[in-house]
Structure formats: structure tokens, C-alpha cells
Design a protein around this ligand. Structure first.
Ligand code: GRF
Length: 200
């Protein structure tokens, strides 16, 4: 299954996907293209270095979210993409993109959802004083960080943690969970039953 990856920034999760592909652990998923909404995103360099096609679709050049999403869909279709992974993609998706890949878009979020959706999740966790946090890979639906949960992994929050140190430990587990969930998706092993995802 040809998979597109949407990024906005550093791309450490993209690197994990590329490394998994290299090891043969992503099959039957195949990374077809990496699309960034930010021209300077470091993630683009990682993709190019691994020989994966890249594209930039700068959201600032579009009047509204729907027009931007239509451009994304056209680019993804041109690369034969059948499923999407959001790896640090900092834009809210409209029904234009969601409808183009129904139940075929997954996201990774640095908290144990439904706790701390939205921006700065590790900071929210520190501010709230929780003792355990983690990461969530979930299907993307309308609504921020709210779709059916595919997999979660926990980390302990240490007394001396800052948002930065906590996020660093969360990212280590993100890098294991996201490639695994991508391979499951491509293999057709994920079944959505209401809010529950069954892994076959
Ligand atoms: C990750 O922590 C992910 O959970 C969130 O954005 C961050 C992206 O990091 N959605 P990177 O660009 O993959 O390093």
C-alpha cells in the first residue's frame, strides 16, 4: 500500500518510518511521498536523503483550508497514495482531505488521549501534574486528536521533568508505535468498530 506522509517540522517520526522501511518492518506499506506545508521543514531533507519523493504545498499560498486540502489531495493522488500518516503535521484537516482517505489517515500525538489534545501536550501534562503520560496513534476524524485509538504507550513523568525532557522520552516510544501502526494499517489489520479499533 502506497503511503503518503504529511509533515511540518523536524521529522523525527518520519525518520523512524524511513528506518523501519529500510529494515523491512514497514511492509506492506511503502512510503510514496512526503509532503510538507512548510518550505524549510527539516523532514524534507530526511525524505530526500532516503530517496523518497518530496513536495511542498505552502498553506500560506491558499485562501482557505479547503483549497489547500484540495491541492494536497491532488499531489497525493499523483503519487498513487492510498493511506496517509500525519507525522507532526500542524494543520487541521477539512472534510476534503478526510473524505479522500476514509479511515486511512493516522496521526501520532504526544499524550495519552483523550488527555491533553491539541498543542503543547507534554507541557499540558507537566502543568497538570500527571504522573504518567505517553503517546497515542489514532485514526484522524473531524475534530482535533479525537479519532478512534489504534495504540498507546505510557511513560512515567519524573519529578524533575520539563516539557522538553518529557517530550524527548515520549518521542522514543512514538518512533516505535507509529511505524508499527502504519504497517498494521497497510496490512488491513485495523478494523474500526464504533470508537474501538480491533487489531487482527
Ligand atoms: C510529535 O511529538 C508528534 O506526536 C506530534 O508532533 C511531533 C512531531 O515531531 N504530532 P517530529 O517532527 O516527528 O520530530
Amino acid at each position: 500500500m502506497r503511503v503518503g506522509v504529511l509533515v511540518s517540522g523536524r521529522g523525527s517520526n518520519l525518520q523512524a518510518l524511513l528506518a523501519a522501511q529500510d529494515r523491512g518492518d514497514l511492509a506492506p506499506a511503502e512510503l510514496a511521498v512526503v509532503v510538507s506545508n512548510r518550505p524549510g521543514a527539516e523532514a524534507l531533507e530526511h525524505a530526500a536523503a532516503a530517496g523518497v519523493a518530496t513536495a511542498v504545498i505552502d498553506h500560506t499560498g491558499y485562501d482557505d483550508r479547503e483549497t489547500f486540502d484540495r491541492a494536497l489531495v491532488a499531489e497525493l493522488r499523483a503519487h498513487g497514495v492510498e493511506a496517509l500518516v500525519l507525522a507532526g503535521f500542524m494543520r487541521v484537516l477539512t472534510p476534503v482531505l478526510l473524505g479522500a482517505f476514509p479511515h486511512r489517515i493516522i496521526n501520532v500525538h504526544p499524550s495519552l488521549l483523550p488527555a491533553f489534545p491539541g498543542l503543547r501536550a507534554p507541557e499540558q501534562a507537566i502543568e497538570h501534574g500527571v504522573k504518567v503520560s505517553g503517546c497515542t496513534v489514532h485514526f484522524v476524524e473531524a475534530g482535533v486528536d479525537s479519532g478512534p485509538i489504534i495504540a498507546q504507550r505510557a511513560v512515567e513523568v519524573r519529578p524533575d521533568d520539563t516539557a522538553v525532557t518529557l517530550h524527548g522520552r515520549i518521542q522514543v516510544i512514538e518512533h516505535e508505535l507509529l511505524p508499527q501502526a502504519t504497517a498494521w494499517l497497510a496490512a488491513g489489520r485495523l478494523e474500526v468498530v464504533g470508537r474501538t479499533v480491533r487489531i487482527h
